[in-house]
Design a binder for this molecule. Structure first.
Ligand SMILES: [Zn+2]
Length: 180
């Protein structure tokens, strides 16, 4: 839990909430990975599909976190959906940025791992098969663009709302002091 909460923290949370709801809409049910069916989905993906190993480098017997292949943020707009979730070790959870300061996509990330050519190919096929098996929605370019526009609009609105409340408070405070 963050101790210092900025307006952009709230805006990022709102974007993730939108991407979660959208993923659930495509899936037709909830994907709360902390309980119920969603928790079972996650256990199945981690244990059965990926054999309790990092989807990228293949390391096992370490703590594995939940990774969104298409990043769960307003830049990539990956949905919270079983087909976008893979287990990932701590070092692989950190993505490099490209020359434009944007995070690299998961294929480039996989390619950058320090593993053999045949392991890279094997893991690429496994991840791609997982995306298809879980029926991750095949979004058209227009749909993807629409999601990005909405996510960015939501992000700006939430940030602006926090600032607006601060501005109103300053006005109220001043008015109350002056009326004393
Ligand atoms: Zn790894």
């Amino acid at each position: 839990m963050a101790i210092y909460n900025t307006a952009s923290d709230s805006a990022k949370t709102a974007v993730r909430s939108f991407l979660t709801k959208l993923g659930e809409q495509y899936l037709g049910r909830s994907i709360n990975t902390g309980s119920g069916k969603g928790k079972k989905d996650w256990a199945r993906i981690k244990e059965t599909v990926f054999g309790n190993a990092c989807a990228y480098c293949g390391v096992s017997d370490v703590a594995l976190g939940m990774e969104h292949l298409i990043m769960f943020n307003r830049a990539e707009c990956g949905l919270h959906h079983p087909g976008n979730l893979v287990p990932c070790c701590t070092p692989c959870n950190k993505r490099a940025r490209d020359e434009n300061k944007a995070y690299v996509d998961w294929r480039t990330h996989l390619e950058s791992r320090d593993i053999s050519r045949s392991d890279k190919d094997k893991r690429l096929r496994r991840i791609e098969a997982h995306i298809v098996a879980e029926d991750y929605p095949e979004l058209s370019g227009d749909e993807q663009k629409a999601i990005e526009i909405l996510a960015n609009s939501l992000y700006s609105s939430i940030q602006a709302e926090v600032q607006k409340s601060l501005d109103i408070y300053s006005e109220l405070d001043e008015a109350l002091i002056h009326s004393r």
